[in-house]
Design a protein around this ligand. Structure first.
Ligand SMILES: NC(=O)c1ccc[n+]([C@@H]2O[C@H](COP(=O)([O-])OP(=O)(O)OC[C@H]3O[C@@H](n4cnc5c(N)ncnc54)[C@H](O)[C@@H]3O)[C@@H](O)[C@H]2O)c1
Length: 340
């Protein structure tokens, strides 16, 4: 790792779930972390309202956070007068950051970009396998233990399909780059995406209704929020062509579950759902049994060896702070309403 112009060791406090420290930071990354930074307390802070936490925060310039970090409100910030940055080694910061952090001019970084890599890979695989009708064929083989039958199968394969990407988010942009490898037409819907950028991403920008009407495979990558809640409702689901595949690795609330269930039960659409609303679905949901539905238990984001990428990105951000360089993955307060 580059070590140019370092002004001295950073003083950091670490607040996350205890077990995640070694999961996120392998031995090499941990060694880099301790070379860059002095930790103001032994171990990992599980809560921020204890005397140990107060002593640790009093001297901390940076708070290194992760899954399970307690809320950082004005009471916590009052204990941390030297704090200049929060470096998050997981995805969203919305679960624990308050506006007060931005109001005090504290810089924030998140590892959401590192977390977007496995989600985009998973989505690309889902697009290819979904178009191939892999779930239906797998179900057929498990049920019959006999050779493949293609009668009654919807159009199969990616050649010439139209892929609709909803949300040019970090994940959406990675998906847009990956699908350039396919012989497909690519559409994108994102109210925040300038047309020129859509063209640079190899996609045609369209409104959501048109995207629904034209997509053979529709994949969701918008954040959860008031403007995206049930953006795929019964009316928009009905616009999708027969045999279309709906992929959701974003958030379950983006789809009206009852309306999608009604479409899936008839077999008109296929779905690959890594997230659902509610999550998990009730035990008696028909979606568990349908051949045209593949359900996964929220596994698209970083798991196993993938989480090390998040730790490495966080340590890279600490290195930037230690050497006076700008953060590579800043989170800006005004962006919060429309990011994940
Ligand atoms: N399944 C998983 O394990 C997993 C892991 C990580 C993220 N996610 C989810 O994936 C989704 C994307 O995450 P990200 O980190 O790439 O998001 P992000 O923060 O990068 O996305 C923000 C962007 O989404 C776009 N957007 C905002 N509102 C929109 C709208 N109404 N319609 C269309 N586009 C809109 C804008 O371009 C905005 O800049 C989120 O829903 C997130 O919760 C799931």
């Amino acid at each position: 790792m580059a070590d140019t112009g370092r002004r001295g060791k950073l003083r950091i406090a670490i607040a996350m779930r205890d077990a995640d420290l070694s999961a996120l930071f392998g031995p090499t990354t941990l060694a880099e972390l301790y070379e860059l930074a002095t930790v103001t307390h032994p171990g990992v802070l599980q809560s921020l309202d204890t005397e140990v936490a107060a002593a640790a925060l009093a001297d901390a310039e940076v708070l290194l956070t992760g899954w399970g970090t307690p809320r950082i409100d004005h009471a916590v910030l009052d204990l941390a007068p030297k704090l200049r940055a929060v470096v998050h080694s997981a995805g969203t910061v919305k679960t624990f950051l308050t506006d007060e952090v931005f109001a005090r001019g504290i810089q924030v970084s998140s590892a959401a970009d590192a977390n977007s890599v496995p989600v985009a890979e998973f989505t690309f695989a889902a697009i290819v396998l979904g178009a191939k009708r892999f779930g239906r064929f797998a179900h057929q083989l498990h049920a019959t233990r006999a050779s493949r039958r293609t009668e009654g199968m919807p159009p199969t394969g990616t050649n010439g399909i139209t892929i609709g990407v909803v949300g040019a988010s970090r994940i959406g942009r990675r998906v847009l780059r990956l699908v350039q490898h396919l012989d497909a037409t690519v559409l994108v819907y994102d109210p925040y995406l300038p047309r020129a950028e859509a063209a640079a991403l190899g996609a045609q920008p369209v409104e959501l209704d048109e995207l629904c009407r034209r997509s053979t495979v529709l994949t969701l990558h918008a954040p959860e929020g008031p403007t995206t809640r049930r953006m795929l409702d019964a009316r928009r689901l009905a616009l999708l062509p027969d045999g279309a595949v709906v992929i959701n690795t974003a958030r379950g609330s983006l789809i009206d579950t009852a309306a999608l269930t009604a479409e899936l039960v008839t077999g008109r659409l296929d779905a690959l759902l890594d997230v659902t609303d509610p999550e998990p679905l009730p035990a008696d949901s028909p979606l568990y049994e349908l051949p045209n539905v593949v359900l996964t238990p929220h596994i698209a984001g970083a798991l196993g060896n993938e989480v090390r990428r998040l730790g490495a990105q966080a340590v890279d951000e600490l290195n930037r702070l230690a050497t006076g360089r700008p953060l590579a993955h800043p989170v800006l307060g005004p962006d919060l309403p429309h990011i994940a």
